[in-house]
Design a protein around this ligand. Structure first.
Ligand code: SAM
Length: 213
């Protein structure tokens, strides 16, 4: 039998690297990490595959995964503690609240990994690359900081390019087929839980890298 929801909830709640709807470290993240290393966010992190994968590859950078679903970040928060990774934290909250957690310029880079495409046009403001969300990212990311979007969704990929055409920004990389273009290693060879599911269904993975100006 799997671990019960209540046990997971308690474990998440008492895990000192998880901040649940509590922006208590605004302006104090460097004290928490005990270093001045750059901070990179993974938004819609789910099980935090990029957060953990990059944290192992880059011990001289700090990584914070953000998601609203506690049971998804529970396992990665547990792995972080088991592996004694000192450069990882998680925030359980709504992504449009990240400006409550960070000061302007605190964030070096942002990864958005397989966020929900919200296919109905009427829902487009809920997409994590809508103007509303980009405006929030702009408040916390440093000038010139890279934003990475990885998705299987044509809708989200094309929508993001449309939004960026109208939002002060520069697109540096635009891969419409990460695997067909042999770019997987460039993206650290990390595959998220959802990415693996999409690949099993032979879906094409897309990637955009851009800055907001
Ligand atoms: C499709 S899953 C992808 C998870 C993971 N990145 C992966 O690739 O396996 C999308 C995740 O985004 C989270 N999410 C969607 N909108 C959110 C929001 N506004 N704030 C916080 N989390 C959000 C959901 O809880 C979910 O875990």
């Amino acid at each position: 039998m799997g671990i019960g929801k209540l046990v997971k909830y308690e474990a998440l709640h008492s895990n000192p690297i998880v901040f649940e709807k509590a922006p208590v470290l605004k302006g104090k993240w460097y004290d928490f990490f005990k270093n001045q290393h750059p901070i990179i966010l993974e938004l819609a992190c789910g099980k935090g595959d990029y957060t953990l994968g990059m944290a192992r590859l880059f011990p001289d950078k700090n990584f914070i995964g953000v998601d609203i679903k506690g049971n998804r970040i529970w396992s990665s928060a547990r792995i972080t503690v088991l592996e004694n990774l000192q450069n990882v934290a998680f925030i359980r909250d709504q992504i449009d609240k990240i400006n409550e957690y960070f000061l302007p310029g605190d964030i070096e880079e942002i990864w958005i990994t397989f966020s929900d495409p919200f296919p109905k046009n009427a829902d487009h403001r809920r997409r994590l690359t809508s103007k509303k969300f980009l405006s929030v990212y702009k408040q916390v990311i440093k000038k010139g900081g890279l934003i990475h979007l990885k998705t299987d969704s044509d809708i989200l990929y094309n929508y993001t390019k449309q939004v960026l055409a109208d939002f002060p920004s520069v697109i540096f990389k635009d891969y419409d087929d990460v695997y067909g273009m042999d770019k997987n290693e460039e993206l650290f060879g990390i595959q998220t839980y959802y990415e693996k599911m999409h690949l099993n269904e032979s879906r094409t993975i897309k990637y955009l890298c851009f800055t907001l100006s």
